[in-house]
Design a protein around this ligand. Structure first.
Ligand code: 6PG
Length: 450
């Protein structure tokens, strides 16, 4: 009999299985594709010596029977229907006190429903967000947990073995509250990730389009920045990608100019709308992915727009200041959403705890996370004088970068959103008095007087 079961042995599931097995946990593995006995996994398993003792099943009932009670079953199948189907199946066949651990990018609204469905059968539920990608999950992921506290206590020692060490020297997992709150914190992580990725992509575009920088120069700039407080995992991997070549051409030149998404950013925007919080940077990062898909339209319109030949200078230090500004605003917007959710839903998600869990193993790990954790009042970020001073100090850099991009017809998504957000949040005259007057004129809404 084994102590753990994993359902879903895709890229992330495989890394998780290898990590757990390597730490001495006895595991049973099942994936729907194993029902086809010729699945390549059966050969692939031999490639990983740490999986030697893992038991692989091509039949889900045998898989369930191979796990000691109370069972701990980790689900790593894609969110949506595959995830829903497997949970519905497990509810029918598991016993009281067995633990279902939903480790996918599950919508927090669904994790909450899962808990309600599962509770009827006295099965325990944990909704956990797992960050790190294929390599991070293998070496020590960042894990954000919500759900049944007693179930958490039963798995936490094992989680300590497979995670990384964080900035406060704890392990990169933490418990955030009810069944949906681990997935909520992971959703916030992903929203931050989307904007961080877009900022780097925008900077690359501004530099390469100037005709004064080539991939080598840009990679050098990113590498230099990565040796400063701008250091991040995403900047590091972007540097590597800029230099990557296939058949003597740069990989970036060969990749289609289109980006997909898995839905987490969309869910976060919906929370923003529901809670009345500005997520303008995330909204633009998502819109850029959506617009990227209108490829034939973009190509057609592009034919009718007079293209000026580009040749402009970019001051790298000014760009660096603008980048730092935008990154701070991205975190401010995410923190404000957490605060609003805490208030509206009576949650108690602690932002420092989230930063600590993200500080190692996650895709957004960076010096900025450490800096925010140690040097800013993150729970009440808009009243933190230091962050406002930092933004004010590099605002002129962002304005210069904006002017440059506008004059040269280069769209650098997310940059103007950061600037407008700061200009609005630091202004005591937003012109919403005019909105009030207009609403009152046509809708007889009550006017709020000063
Ligand atoms: C992580 C990532 C991961 C996410 C990918 C893809 O923390 O490991 O957030 O969970 O699925 O980044 O996301 P998109 O397909 O939406 O870009």
């Amino acid at each position: 009999m084994n102590n753990w079961g994993i359902i879903g042995i895709g890229r992330i599931g495989l890394s998780m299985a290898r990590n757990m097995s390597d730490k001495g946990m006895s595991i049973s593995l099942y994936d729907k594709v194993f029902e086809n006995k010729s699945d390549p996994f059966f050969d692939q398993k031999k490639l990983y010596p740490e999986l030697e003792k893992a038991s692989v099943f091509n039949d889900i009932s045998n898989f369930i029977q191979s796990i000691d009670s109370p069972r701990k079953i980790l689900i790593l199948v894609p969110s949506g229907k595959p995830n829903e189907d497997i949970i519905n199946y497990l509810i029918k066949i598991l016993n009281e006190n067995d633990i279902i651990i939903d480790a996918g990018n599950t919508n927090p609204l669904i994790s909450y429903n899962n808990k309600l469905k599962i509770a009827k059968n006295k099965i325990l539920y944990l909704g956990i967000g797992v960050s790190g990608g294929v390599k991070g999950v293998l070496e020590g992921p960042s894990i954000m947990i919500g759900g049944d506290k007693s179930a958490f206590k039963k798995v936490k020692d094992d989680l300590a073995l497979i995670t990384s060490k964080t900035i406060d020297n704890s392990n990169s997992y933490d418990f955030f509250g009810d069944s949906n709150q681990g997935h909520f914190v992971k959703m916030i992580h992903n929203g931050i990730e989307y904007v961080e990725m877009q900022l780097i992509a925008s900077i690359y575009k501004l530099l390469i389009a100037s005709n004064n920088f080539n991939n080598q120069n840009i990679a050098q700039i990113f590498e230099d920045w990565n040796n400063t407080n701008l250091n991040s995992y995403l900047l590091d991997i972007s540097t590597q990608q800029i230099l990557e070549k296939i058949d003597n051409s740069y990989l970036l030149e060969k990749i289609d100019d289109v980006a997909d998404d898995n839905g987490t950013g969309r869910w976060m925007l919906k929370y923003g709308l529901e809670l009345g919080c500005s997520l303008s940077m995330l909204s633009t990062a998502m819109n850029t992915r959506f617009i990227s898909k209108l490829q034939s339209e973009r190509n057609e319109i592009n034919k009718y727009i007079k293209q000026s030949s580009k040749n402009y200078k970019v001051d790298v230090n000014t760009l660096k200041g603008a980048y730092g500004f935008c990154r701070l605003v991205n975190f401010i917007q995410a923190f404000c959403l957490i605060n609003a959710a805490n208030k509206k839903y009576n949650w108690n998600i602690n932002i420092s705890k989230a930063l600590n869990v993200w500080s190692n193993g996650s895709i957004i790990k960076s010096s900025l996370i450490n800096d925010l954790y140690f040097n800013y009042s993150v729970e009440n970020i808009l009243f933190d004088k230091k962050i406002i001073k930092d933004l004010n100090d590099c605002k002129s850099d962002l304005i210069s970068v904006m002017v440059l991009s506008l004059k040269n017809d280069i769209s650098i998504p997310c940059f103007s959103d950061a600037l407008n957000y700061f200009n609005s949040i630091s202004s005591n005259t937003l012109s919403t008095n005019m909105i009030q007057a207009q609403r009152n004129f046509f809708g007889s809404h009550n006017i709020k007087i000063k």
